[in-house]
Design a protein around this ligand. Sequence first.
Ligand code: 7ML
Ligand code: ZN
Length: 879
Amino acid sequence: MIAPAHSPAPPVIHREDYRPPRFVIDSVDLDIHLDPELTQVRARLHLRRQSEADDQPLRLCGEGLALLEIRQDGQPLPKDQYRLEEGVLLLLHPPRDFVLETLVQIRPIANTALSGLYFANGHFITQCEAEGFRRITYYLDRPDVLARFTATLHAEQCPYPVLLANGNRVAAGQEADGWHWVRWEDPFPKPCYLFALVAGDLGCVRDHFRTASGREVALEIYVEAHHLDACAQAMDALQRAMAWDERVYGREYDLDRYMIVATDTFNMGAMENKGLNIFNSKYVLARPETATDTDYQGIESVIAHEYFHNWTGNRVTLRDWFQLSLKEGLTVFRDQEFSADENSRGVQRIGDVRRLRAAQFPEDAGPLAHPVRPDAYIEINNFYTATVYEKGAEVVRMIHTVLGAAAFRQGMDLYFARHDGQAVTIEDFLAAMEGATGRDLAAFRLWYSQAGTPVVHAAGRYDPAQRRYSLTLRQETAPTPGQPEKRPLPIPVRMALFSPAGQAMPLRGQEEDEAGDRERILMLDTAEQTWNFTEVGEPPIPSLLRGFSAPVRLETGFGDAQRAFLASHDDDPFNRWEAMQGLALQALLAAIDQSHGAGVLPELLHGALAAVLSDAQMDPAYRAELLTLPSEDYVGEQMAVIDVEGIHCAREALRRAMGSAFGEQWAADYESLAFPYSRDGISSGRRRLRNLALAYLLASDASYLDRTRQQYQQADNMTDHLAAFSLLVHQPDADVSDILADFYQRWQQHPLVIDKWFAIQASAPRPDTLAKVQALLQHPAFDWRTPNRVRALLGSLGANATVFHAADGSGYAFLAAQIRHLDELNPQIAARLVTPLSRWQRYDAQRQGLMRQALEDLAGKANLSRDLGEVLEKSLKLA
Ligand code: 7ML
Ligand code: ZN
């Protein structure tokens, strides 16, 4: 047991224990006097008991609130009628239908957890998902209690001229002593996690959107005045997202005003509060001088994500937090599809799978593995995970794949028609998909309840006499914590067969009569299955799991010859990329195995690279994907024991070899891809490829240091400037102190750029990095209270394999000490930083011991937060 004896173990919440609320809240009237030191919140709740027979007390949630007044139907409530317990206000004999009025005090300036109402950088901000509203007032803080909200905000006019909350601005006025007030009314009943308010001195960029039915919606982006010129991408992305949701899903926006606020101090990426989204400024602000192409892309997808929540999350919301993937998996799927439609579908899919493999596959293979719909939690904030988001999106994508786009749309229409205004479950979503299409998705439910990544083994056999090709697919899933036995899942395997000449063959099966398709989806839904293809004249090369049609690990048993074949002939952009990655991966694994350093390019890899390098027709962004090596983490994932140093050396050697083997081509690309800056997709693809070329040139030829310095000095955009900066800072033995000072000097007024300055230093694979990071903790620009800054420095260090996993354990001990400190301020962020330590099982015995030691030291800390306590306990549990 981890919790010290004096603090009771926090309760475990189980999905099976769900009970409908005893009371509903019809309306909430908030009256809030905003002061950083002492804010007063008066709340009038109209409560109604659900069942006549029930006479249980009413339990309202509340944390860190000082209760000043409590009234029932206007009368002060006698002391013997209520009790205050840890986190709870208990009304012992509440009437069936009444108005409860409470007045509480809170201290926004002392709120460093950034959950509830907090004060940072001169602004009041809220974050109520998942359970922050209980830090603002006493309430039934659960997503299945939907109420109409009115909020009247009072504040001093001078520092806080802008007062925002959800819905429509219905009244405003002046008060004594330079105060003013504004009243907001949200006509849509909502759970309290969607409540928001913002107060501060903010400028506003305004535009509008005309909906398909002809309504004018005012679009407003609120930022500090000096950022008014940095909102164009966000506004444009918002308008495109609104049009896309109308076009693809027939969904219109429903209020007259859509507001977005950017803040530098935010735990997450963004939040979909009804009519008033709050964003981490990283996902709003962009100018060519300060934002990279990747930043622009991130803004587009996060703006879309939050907008799409208005239907998938807000109009139809969650019954309980176990259903989180109902809104998050579905909304990630929607934002991925939006970005695929707006940019390049193939490149988008490669990026989505890269992210899934980098974050979700390791999670699913480690001690924190959980199903897309978890069964139990201690702290819900720990379940905003890659599994709930990214794997959840993959499950929705598989349903989309097996139903087809048109049937999926009918299912969505029925889902909205049935459940608009309700708080529902993943089961309700699946039932709507089935109801609209007549299809049976019973087997698919297992994807929501079974954790772990299935491995699919493929084996093909060609019979020339019968002209028949048989493909056998077998699946298995390793045990995960609490789930020792795994059952077969339904796995859609999109596939094609290529003739040796490189043509996709018509597919004829024995049972199927609709012969002749060149692509088919095989549904593997048992442990092992064989498919026979007839009239196959030549031994085919199979292309399996096209478009990454299921979130599984595929073992093909292919040799490099088949990989090289697919790398040049596959017409599925994802699988062509996968074949190239496979070639590079094999080269790296062989080099690590024989510790020969990958100094020479294997012939087939050489040929495949040469073909891509000479194909000038190809989209430059896609070409860059094909020429990028698998990450060190991905290589490590394929090994029984992760050999940190071996992987790094092999990959660096292969990069050098690729640089020198194609030096002239890289140099030609570098010169010919120099264009004046422009913000379109083709231009950003060119920049990506050009910076990749520079990286290979520099890897193999130190004389390119000058060229890199020149690019750093002369770039007219952040993508090129930062690419050069990063290459220089990551040089193993160059003295770059002048560059570091110069970069800081130039950009010190731009926090988002200074985050990059911290992150790139903490990511450097150099022996002096840990000492550097230690020193940066004392830098005047480092701030424990700004999550972006903490992630930039400590998150990047945890992801820096060679430094974090230094054999002496110094990286582990350092990170643990910082997490210990951060847990006092911001438990959510502290718990997230544990992730790299939780993966200890994957390393050698020496490192395992040191990593466990760091975790155990942390677990012994006094006043451990629930957030950190839960991840430590799970991480240390023996498998
Ligand atoms: C995912 C979010 C949270 C947590 C945003 C907070 C959100 C919860 C919120 C994809 C794109 C942008 C942000 C997020 C994300 C972790 C990730 N409801 O909208 O899901
Ligand atoms: Zn979301």
